[in-house]
Design a protein around this ligand. Structure first.
Ligand SMILES: N[C@@H](CCC(=O)N[C@@H](CS)C(=O)NCC(=O)O)C(=O)O
Length: 239
């Protein structure tokens, strides 16, 4: 199966959570918008096509044979077992999916720090609100998410080196990406908070050291963080 990932070509964004799973598994995939000889990107075509069985609302979406699948957590729920990045039982798969949905909420909140009023407005048009949102995010929401996942690694009966024990799952790869993105966007806050979250830092480091992930991160396939992305570095939002 050659998977086709449809996502914006110049940002990591939500597509990165899917890229990391495909890369870790060494899957056969194309990142359609980044293909050098792409004749037609096709993203808009899919978004407008209501005759699809499961029309996606927004990128990322994945084409697997004839099937088109939207929503990041849903894509990973589909790919997990196929890429050997999900647990075996239905109960545990639901648990991984639940954690991934929590990650999705976290991603949205990280994005909304710099776009608290609307994603359709420029950051410059919502700077005052962004400052207030950032203060709350770094003081309250960010520690709450970090504490939750740190506690899972510490106390949950399944946890080990990874969130489900000794074997890596797609949500572990997403956790790596969260730490990376947050370090980029909020270096000061993360420096302070990471001391209290050693298990999450350990998980991040283990994922970064995985053979295929390390190769991917060093490759040109890994897009650099930038100011169009979900995680953005505005020093005034990281006080
Ligand atoms: N909940 C969706 C959110 C998808 C989403 O917001 N995609 C962004 C890019 S990361 C987008 O292009 N949105 C366009 C829109 O919402 O109009 C997911 O997790 O996949």
């Amino acid at each position: 199966m050659r998977y086709e990932l449809y996502y914006w070509p110049s940002i990591q964004g939500r597509g990165e959570f899917v890229r990391l799973a495909l890369e870790d598994a060494g899957a056969d995939y194309i990142d359609v918008a980044r293909e050098p000889q792409r004749v037609r990107f096709g993203l808009d075509k899919f978004l407008a096509d209501r005759s699809l069985d499961f029309p996606p609302f927004a990128p990322p979406f994945l084409k697997a044979g004839k099937v088109v699948i939207g929503q990041t957590a849903n894509i990973l729920h589909y790919l997990g077992p196929r890429l050997n990045l999900a647990p075996r039982t239905e109960t545990n798969r639901r648990w991984v999916h639940q954690m991934q949905l929590t990650v999705a909420d976290w991603v949205s909140e990280a994005h909304d720090v710099h776009h608290p009023i609307s994603g359709g407005l420029y950051y410059e048009d919502q700077k005052a609100a962004a400052k207030r949102r950032a203060a709350d995010f770094t003081a309250s929401r960010l520690p709450k998410y970090l504490d939750y996942f740190e506690d899972l690694l510490k106390y949950h009966r399944h946890a080990g080196d990874y969130l489900l024990g000794a074997r890596v799952c797609y949500v572990d790869l997403s956790m790596f990406q969260m730490i990376e993105g947050l370090r980029y966007a909020f270096p000061r806050a993360m420096l302070r908070l990471e001391r209290r979250h050693p298990r999450l830092v350990g998980l991040h480091d283990r994922v970064a050291a995985r053979r295929r992930i390390a190769a991917y991160l060093a490759s040109s396939r890994r897009i650099r963080f930038n100011q169009e992305d979900i995680f953005r570095r505005y020093p005034e939002l990281d006080r």
